[in-house]
Ligand binder design. Structure first.
Ligand code: SGN
Ligand code: CA
Length: 523
């Protein structure tokens, strides 16, 4: 225990008038699209309900426009911890970066001010976590079946399914390690529903009979868009692998290396018949894309079920212990995800499905049950929100804003009118060109600066972002205004000038359906 009574008393005094500092339970997942959460009302989620996630929204606030500053795992996590954009926290991309744990983070501030802090699950920032009294993380991306965990004492392997193990560890920490005299921060960070979408034994085949509605843009031909949309390597058609992604065994020889005989038998019982039917059908072209889409969603949504269960179990535990009343319960993901929109999976683009991330927050007595907030909020704001809730000052360098006024339903609050985005990882997985942009809630301006191409979308008339209006004379006033907006955002957030690099000769694509076994799969 790191807190002294004096510190705790100071902390309690600071938050006087708000009652005891609240506990913060932050359940966080990886690549969870809003389309796959019942509370967001999308057709897909109606076929794969998420009752426990929906309960957070029923008791609290559903944020409809929670935007990420950089739609990729490590950078999003670095932003959440530090309350800063990538160019400030220096974690620009997943590749070859190590998070500098010496910088100010919200868990550190909470810890210094009387909070007990714990982190369990996916970390993906390469360095050792700082600011936590307890941590137990998955090395790298982590594994779905029988994963390794890293603690301060080294790495060990555990039998079981990753989401269930993480939930169990979180509840064990609450039961056994929590100090009832201190408020706490518990961060529960799931691997699911990240690629390769391997469901828990109990949910294997949970949706194999369900036919999910296809997105309107499944067969997007990327006309009227920049080169970036055409150049990416993240389509269901070409990039999604039959073996590792879609479980067709003949394309994948080493999936079972980590599984027990029992796990393997459960797996084969479900997938063998699906695969036999697939081999017989000999799908091609659009029919193959359609088959891939259904298989993708069936497994993705089965993974989501375990995350939903996790939320339910932790919530129920807090409620049974009488702790829920003074707990801010938060659910979010590191970014959104494409579930077939534009023919894609993965993220990275500033297009809506991966730019927008789920955010559900409940705080009894503060949040009005069932409220919806459509302000432009961001993962940049999480750190300041948690510190504000604890009655603590945020470090000056943090660049977001506390969501507390919005949680309280204060409609008069002055809030950002536009949001800044910047993606940096190129060349890299899925080959999405670097880009930055500004979004004002209706118009989105995007600059792919390595190829110097611009896009302007009118989200009101074109919510699926299919028509670039940048050169359309009708939109020229908006183009000028959005250029200004982008410049102002760059100044406000102290973004250094971009240094365009030629993309010529960069032809390396990471995937191909012809590759039967993905790199790094074997053990
Ligand atoms: C892995 C995935 C990619 C994914 C990145 C980043 N490939 O490399 O599809 O974009 O992670 O994801 S996989 O074949 O190994 O699954 S992130 O969530 O960590 O940003
Ligand atoms: Ca992710």
């Amino acid at each position: 225990m790191r807190c002294s009574w004096l510190v705790l008393v100071c902390c309690l005094t600071v938050s006087m008038g708000r009652g005891a500092p609240p506990n913060i339970v932050f359940v966080f997942s990886d690549d969870h699209a809003t389309q796959a959460i019942g509370a967001y009302g999308h057709a897909i989620s109606q076929l794969a309900p998420t009752p426990f996630l929906d309960r957070i929204a029923e008791r609290g606030v559903r944020f409809d426009r929670c935007l990420v500053g950089n739609s990729i795992c490590g950078p999003s996590r670095a932003t959440i911890l530090t309350g800063t954009y990538s160019h400030i926290n220096k974690f620009f991309s997943n590749e070859h970066t190590k998070f500098d744990g010496s910088q100010p983070t919200f868990p550190k501030v909470l810890q210094r001010n009387g909070y007990q802090t714990a982190l369990i699950g996916k970390w993906h920032l390469a360095s050792v976590p700082t600011g936590f009294d307890h941590w137990e993380i998955l090395p790298g991306q982590g594994r779905y079946y029988n994963p390794d965990f890293r603690t301060a004492n080294g790495v060990h392997r555990e039998q079981g399914y990753v989401s269930e193990l993480i939930t169990g560890k979180a509840i064990t920490w609450l039961e056994e390690a929590r100090d009832a005299n201190q408020p706490f921060l518990l961060m529960v960070q799931h691997k699911a529903p990240h690629r390769d979408w391997s469901p828990a034994p109990k949910y294997l085949g949970a949706f194999s009979e369900v036919v999910f509605p296809e997105p309107e843009t499944l067969f997007d031909a990327y006309e009227n868009r920049s080169l970036a949309a055409k150049h990416q390597d993240m389509t269901l058609r070409n990039t999604m692998l039959l073996g590792s992604d879609l479980k067709v065994e003949s394309y994948h020889t080493n999936r079972f290396a980590r599984m027990s005989a029992e796990q393997k038998a459960a797996w084969k019982k479900v997938y063998d018949p699906i695969n036999e039917a697939f081999e017989e059908a000999e799908w091609e072209g659009e029919a193959l894309v359609r088959w891939k889409y259904q298989r993708y969603l069936q497994d993705y949504l089965a993974c989501v079920k375990s995350v939903d269960d996790s939320v339910g179990e932790i919530w129920d535990w807090l409620e049974a212990e009488g702790l829920l009343e003074n707990t801010i319960f938060v659910y979010s993901s590191d970014q959104g995800f494409y579930l077939g929109e534009h023919g894609w999976f993965d993220k990275r683009f500033m297009y809506d499905e991966s730019y927008r991330t789920p955010l559900l927050m409940s705080w009894p007595g503060i949040t009005k049950p069932g409220s919806v907030c459509s302000n432009l909020v961001s993962n940049l704001d999480f750190a300041q929100t948690f510190l504000d809730a604890a009655g603590l000052e945020a470090p000056m360098r943090m660049q977001g804003a506390s969501l507390l006024p919005l949680l309280r339903g204060d409609e008069e609050v002055s809030w950002r009118k536009s949001h800044y985005y910047h993606y940096y990882e190129y060349p890299g997985w899925h080959m999405v060109y670097r880009h930055e942009g500004a979004y004002d809630g209706r118009f989105k301006l995007i600059h792919y600066y390595d190829v110097d191409e611009w896009e302007l979308f009118d989200m009101r008339s074109d919510p699926h972002e299919m028509v670039n209006q940048y050169d359309n004379p009708t939109y020229q006033k908006t183009v000028v205004r959005m250029h200004n907006e982008l410049e102002q955002l760059r100044v406000r957030y102290q973004v250094p000038p971009n240094k365009p690099k030629s993309v010529e000769g960069v032809t390396q694509h990471y995937h191909s359906d012809k590759i039967k076994v993905r790199q790094g799969d074997s053990e």
